[in-house]
Ligand binder design. Structure first.
Ligand SMILES: [Zn+2]
Length: 246
C-alpha cells in the first residue's frame, strides 16, 4: 500500500459521489493497494480493511483524530481527541491473504474465516440477515466436524456459537473499536464505536471541497490548468495562494 497522489484521491472522491460508503472505502483501498479488482479488497477481513484505512488516514491527514458524539442522557455534544496510534490493533497485511482459523471445543472442530466486506454488503442488502444476524456467522464457516462427522451451523450448540463469536472478535480486533466517552455536562459514561470508514470519508469530502477552491483561486489568478495545479505540492500551492492573498 502507498499514499494516493492528489489527483488520484480527487478521482476517488468524484467516483464516490455515485457510490455507497462501503464502495467508496473499497475503491480507495483498491487504488492505494494497486489491487487488480475490488473483489480482492472486499475479501480483506473487516479488521484488516480498517487497519489499512487507518494507515492510509495517517499518511493523508496525520495521527490526530477529533471525535464527536451526542450524550444519550442530556443531548450535549461531547468532543474529544485521540490518536490513530491508540486505535491501531492490527498491522495491515498483504491483500489476497485469506486466513483460515480453527476452534476446538467439546469435541467439535470448527474451521472458519473472518467476516469481510463481501459479507457486510450481503448482510446490508438482504432482509433475511436483519432477521437472523447469525447467518453472517454461518457464511464464515468452512467446515464443522465432531468425531469425523460433518455438522451444519444450525446444529451447533449455543456454547460453540458463542465461542466462535468471541474468537472471531479476538482474531480481528480492529473490526470493532469502542471508545469510552464521559459527558462533562451530566457525568454519563457510554461507549461509542469508532468507524474509520465514515470518519475518513468525511475528511476526504471536506479536503476535496477545499482543494477545488484552491484550484479555482489559482486558475483564476494565474491561468494555470487544473492538472498543473493539482500536481504541485501543497506547500507550493499555498505559497502561490499567499501571493494572491487567499
Ligand atoms: Zn450528558
Amino acid at each position: 500500500m502507498r499514499p494516493l497522489t492528489t489527483i488520484e484521491l480527487l478521482n476517488v472522491w468524484e467516483a464516490g459521489l455515485q457510490q455507497t460508503l462501503l464502495e467508496k472505502a473499497l475503491h480507495l483501498l483498491r487504488v492505494a493497494c494497486a489491487a487488480e479488482d475490488i473483489s480482492s479488497i472486499a475479501s480483506l477481513s473487516v479488521g484488516q480493511r480498517d487497519a489499512h484505512l487507518l494507515q492510509l488516514r495517517e499518511w493523508l491527514f496525520g495521527f490526530h483524530l477529533l471525535n464527536k458524539a451526542t450524550c444519550p442522557t442530556c443531548a450535549e455534544t461531547v468532543e474529544w481527541e485521540t490518536s490513530t496510534r491508540d486505535l491501531r490493533l492490527q498491522t495491515p497485511e498483504a491483500v489476497g491473504l485469506q486466513k483460515e482459523f480453527t476452534l476446538e471445543r467439546d469435541g467439535f472442530l470448527v474451521r472458519f474465516r473472518l467476516p469481510n466486506s463481501h459479507d457486510l454488503r450481503r448482510a446490508m442488502s438482504q432482509v433475511s440477515y436483519q432477521a437472523t444476524p447469525e447467518q453472517l456467522l454461518a457464511d464464515c464457516l468452512i467446515s464443522v466436524q465432531q468425531q469425523a462427522q460433518e455438522y451444519s451451523f444450525a446444529e451447533l450448540p449455543a456454547t460453540i456459537v458463542e465461542a466462535l463469536n468471541e474468537q472471531m472478535a479476538r482474531e480481528d480486533p480492529q473490526a470493532d473499536i469502542q471508545m469510552l466517552v464521559n459527558c462533562p455536562g451530566c457525568g454519563q459514561q457510554w461507549e461509542v464505536r469508532f468507524d474509520i470508514v465514515s470518519y475518513l470519508w468525511l475528511e476526504i469530502e471536506s479536503w476535496a471541497r477545499h482543494i477545488l477552491q484552491e484550484v479555482y483561486a489559482l486558475a483564476r489568478a494565474y491561468g494555470w490548468s487544473e492538472q498543473d495545479i493539482l500536481r504541485m505540492s501543497p506547500q507550493r500551492r499555498q505559497l502561490y495562494l499567499d501571493l494572491i492573498g487567499v
